[in-house]
Ligand binder design. Structure first.
Ligand code: ZN
Length: 147
């Protein structure tokens, strides 16, 4: 077994624009806030969990961890490699639709209708049943009870 200590150096060399316009841009070159980018939703790293944070354009949400992250690519990558995130990802694999449903009901207050709520309740129930390995017979009975 090899035990290589992998020093995680984020050696992303960002080429700085060297514009030498005298007097024009003096000290305005602060770190600009990164806005959320929709294209991340199609990216290989983020597509499975990223979502827009409707309350803050400079933030992104993790559907899996139900947390918001600064919309900096570095931060997002860091989050995607985090232990907690990876664990959460492995938990929800296969039931992706459930989290996206929750996310959409939480964020879009204008679209909240009872039909959606009912769907969410149904999914919740289904997830609960699946999680607890409840036999289909029992589930069927439960369904009758609820109606
Ligand atoms: Zn996450």
């Amino acid at each position: 077994m090899t035990s290589e200590s992998d020093t995680d150096k984020a050696s992303a060399s960002t080429p700085k624009k060297q514009r030498l316009v005298k007097g024009d841009l003096v000290k305005k070159e602060k770190h600009r806030l990164q806005k959320y980018r929709v294209e991340w939703e199609n990216g290989p790293i983020f597509s499975r969990w990223i979502a827009r944070d409707y309350s803050d354009i400079y933030k992104a949400q993790c559907k899996v961890c139900e947390t918001s992250i600064t919309a900096e690519k570095q931060d997002l990558v860091k989050h995607s490699e985090g232990k907690k995130h990876l664990k959460n990802l492995s938990v929800i694999r296969g039931s992706k639709s459930v989290t996206s449903y929750f996310a959409s009901t939480c964020s879009s207050s204008s679209e909240t209708n009872t039909k959606k709520m009912a769907t969410v309740a149904e999914i919740k129930l289904a997830a609960y049943l699946a999680e607890n390995n409840i036999a289909f017979n029992a589930a069927d009975h439960l369904g009758k009870l609820l109606k």
